[in-house]
Design a protein around this ligand. Structure first.
Ligand code: ATR
Length: 271
């Protein structure tokens, strides 16, 4: 049976084995997908052992996505720009790297009926999650992306890196220009601590969609705040999780699973 795995630290909490099991059942693919805890100081060895024993592909999660980028023989432009890889593919004895996180986000936004072409997007955060999202968003011909981060310099660096691909500006969280945004994406990890990036709540209105890349059993802190301050819709990152997994699965198996049923199954599983 073809073997796939997720490498991370920690990894036990991951929903990916469940998602890929559903994809495999749905598409009649015979495969095994396990979560593997990699020691923090031995990611490369752990991955190499897996592939030496016939592994066909893998996902990589925190904190190893940058290390995975350093490991591959070849990678896509999205992975190159993000400097991070979440999907490994063994093909003809070469290790290929892709980053499906940002495309998963974009696919989820489209699934939810959000028009990205000519839209004005505010991205909160300038870490790995924001970086992975920028190129896939820009490829959808957004009118403008403003990146705001607690540490302003990181936002400015990101804007500079991506400015060749479209209109990207940057600031600290408290200096976000008061412009009519269509979409605010929380790519910061603030919700993990139950916190909300300190942007002015007057940036919200009843036409703005707010999207938190995180998800959980409970509504995230950011989405709760967005609802309280009158945004039109609040979406969480569960759909992004399923879509990035589906893109990895299709790269490995050449077949795209139907994500609608898996989204629902995952919501029920979390409930
Ligand atoms: P990830 O890979 O999840 O993006 P990361 O690269 O460590 O994780 O980046 C975390 C991001 O969340 C950063 O942009 C961080 O802001 P700083 O660059 O100023 O550290 C942001 N972040 C974390 N906690 C936050 C908080 N409480 N409020 C606002 N931003 C926060």
């Amino acid at each position: 049976m073809d073997k796939y795995a997720l490498f991370g630290h920690p990894v036990a909490h991951s929903k990916s084995p469940y998602i890929h099991k559903l994809f495999a059942e749905q598409t009649n693919q015979s495969l095994q997908y396990d979560a593997i805890l990699s020691p923090l100081d031995a990611f490369s060895e752990t991955v190499q052992t897996f592939f030496a024993h016939g592994g066909k592909g893998a996902n990589v999660t925190l904190p190893f996505k940058e290390q995975a980028f350093g490991l591959v023989d070849e990678c896509s432009s999205s992975a190159e720009m993000a400097g991070a890889v979440n999907t490994l593919i063994m093909k003809d004895n070469r290790l290929l790297g892709e980053n499906t996180d940002g495309s998963g986000l974009v696919t989820d936004l489209i699934f939810n009926g959000i028009e990205l072409k000519n839209s004005r997007v505010l991205v909160l955060g300038a870490g790995g999650a924001a970086k992975g999202a920028l190129l896939p968003l820009l490829k959808k011909e957004t009118a403008l992306i403003h990146v705001a981060n607690r540490t302003e310099k990181k936002a400015l660096d990101l804007a500079r890196q991506f400015s060749a691909y479209g209109q990207v500006s940057a600031s600290g969280l408290v200096d976000v220009p008061h412009e009519p945004y269509d979409l605010i994406i929380n790519a910061s990890s603030a919700s993990l601590a139950g916190e909300v990036p300190s942007i002015d709540s007057r940036l919200l209105n009843n036409r703005i969609v707010c999207y938190d890349m995180l998800y959980g059993r409970e509504e995230t802190a950011f989405n709760r705040w967005a609802k309280e301050h009158g945004s039109a819709r609040q979406l969480d990152g569960l759909g992004m999780l399923v879509e990035q997994a589906a893109l990895s699965f299709s790269l490995w198996r050449g077949v795209m699973p139907d994500t609608t049923r898996v989204r629902q199954a995952l919501r029920d599983y979390l409930a």
